[in-house]
Ligand binder design. Structure first.
Ligand code: SF4
Length: 412
């Protein structure tokens, strides 16, 4: 789908008004919690304590639960727990069965159906784990899992085998062993803290962990992967930001999937992180009924830039057990990327990747812009479909004369 701009004398197409509406920043509001004091509502501990965690609570707050959702919420605590912060719950449209927020956090019975090719550990993390809680797949960086807890649980989570501990994985990181492994492995220059969500730790606990990692001379770069600014923006306090800024270079990767998640509260929380000098990137997962649509995705990436967040990756949904109802096709992902690249600011265009099933790592997936290539030229097309030739020599030296004739192109 292509977003048209209105022209003189013509009305805006409906997709454009939807697009503009997605880009507006709105507060999540108070919803059912209108009588709660501001000091409680804005307190991240209060939000965590009052999460919706049972089917009974969910049905009381949302009598419009479908039979699929009711059954899913009843079974959730045997697979991946149900938890939604009051703040994030307010983003759900109870009147819309296809609400994109609803599909991300309300369990559905389809989660109990496992297709033959689905896996509990689709990225092969456990097989690349030299010590508990540490994944070392790429040469110069490690994934440091700190906790199995999140503020809310995403129904497509690639780590649902361990987060929330509903299926009995019994995750126990060993920080001493994890840090010792990094200390003894000088090729590791980049440490990504993830989980679970590291920003659920107290400031003191996180401060201590970051300071231990910063003491290792060959660790150049620290990253935190978190969905807290989206699920629980109240957690991004000035005190947390002041603590984090001691550990630069420190990057934060957030996880947002839909422009409606970018509320005024989320924007302000991200602004506090950015003001602390923390570069921000976003990782989205391409999800059916949530963001597998170019109008949604374009509004989302543009809105992320307005929140000072660079759209970093769009992931094809991993083959996690029970996720078929949320997965969309690679063809759809490529169509969306085709409508972003060149059609909007380059900074707004994320890299589309597939995490190779079984543990092959991230593989970039792009529309084909190189139509053919031989020793004399590359034939390329631009975002609008126009075809161009770029002359080159096999050894990389630019040709001085225009090639005479295109040989039978060698397909890339
Ligand atoms: S916040 Fe991240 S780790 Fe937690 S459930 Fe969602 S995707 Fe999984």
């Amino acid at each position: 789908m292509h977003i048209e701009t209105s022209s003189e004398g013509s009305e805006e197409p409906p997709s454009f008004s939807i697009f503009k509406s997605f880009k507006e920043f709105r507060s999540a509001g108070r919803g059912f919690w209108s009588d709660i004091a501001d000091s409680d509502w804005n307190n991240w501990h209060w939000q965590l304590k009052h999460r919706i965690t049972s089917v009974e609570q969910l049905q009381r707050l949302m009598p419009t639960l479908t039979p699929e959702e009711y059954a899913g919420a009843t079974l959730a605590n045997h697979k991946l727990a149900l938890a939604i912060t009051p703040y994030f719950f307010n983003l759900i449209d109870p009147a819309d069965e296809n609400c994109p927020i609803r599909w991300q956090v309300i369990p559905r019975v389809e989660e109990t159906h496992t297709a033959a090719w689905e896996m509990t550990d689709p990225c092969g993390e456990d097989s690349h784990s030299p010590v508990p809680g540490l994944v070392h797949r790429y040469p110069d960086r490690v994934l440091f899992l700190v906790t199995d807890r999140c503020a809310a649980y995403c129904r497509y989570c690639t780590r649902s085998r361990l987060v929330s501990n509903a299926s009995g994985y019994d995750f126990h990181p060993h920080f001493d062993q994890q840090i010792e492994y990094i200390r003894k492995t000088p090729t590791v220059r980049d440490v990504l803290l993830s989980g679970g969500d590291p920003l659920l730790f107290s400031d003191e606990k996180l401060d201590h962990l970051l300071s231990r990692l910063r003491e290792i001379p060959h660790v150049e770069f620290l990253r935190i992967g978190t969905r807290i600014p989206i699920f629980l923006p109240q957690r991004i306090t000035p005190q947390l930001c002041a603590m984090l800024r001691k550990y630069h270079p420190l990057f934060v990767s957030i996880h947002s999937n839909h422009p409606r998640e970018l509320t005024t509260e989320a924007r302000d929380a991200l602004g506090r992180l950015a003001d602390a000098g923390i570069p921000l990137g976003n990782q989205s997962v391409l999800l059916r009924n949530v963001n597998d649509d170019v109008v949604v995705m374009k509004a989302h990436v543009q809105k992320l830039l307005m929140c000072r967040v660079k759209p970093y990756y769009v992931y094809q949904c991993d083959l996690i057990s029970g996720s078929a109802h949320l997965r969309t096709s690679v063809k759809k992902g490529l169509e969306i990327m085709e409508q972003l690249r060149g059609h909007t600011t380059g900074y707004a265009v994320p890299q589309y990747v597939i995490d190779a099933p079984g543990g092959g790592g991230k593989v970039p997936v792009n529309p084909d812009y190189v139509l053919s290539r031989n020793h004399e030229r590359a034939v390329i097309r631009n975002y609008g479909g126009k075809v161009f030739e770029y002359p080159e020599a096999a050894d990389g030296t630019p040709l001085l004369a225009k090639p005479l004739e295109i040989e039978e192109p060698e397909l890339v």
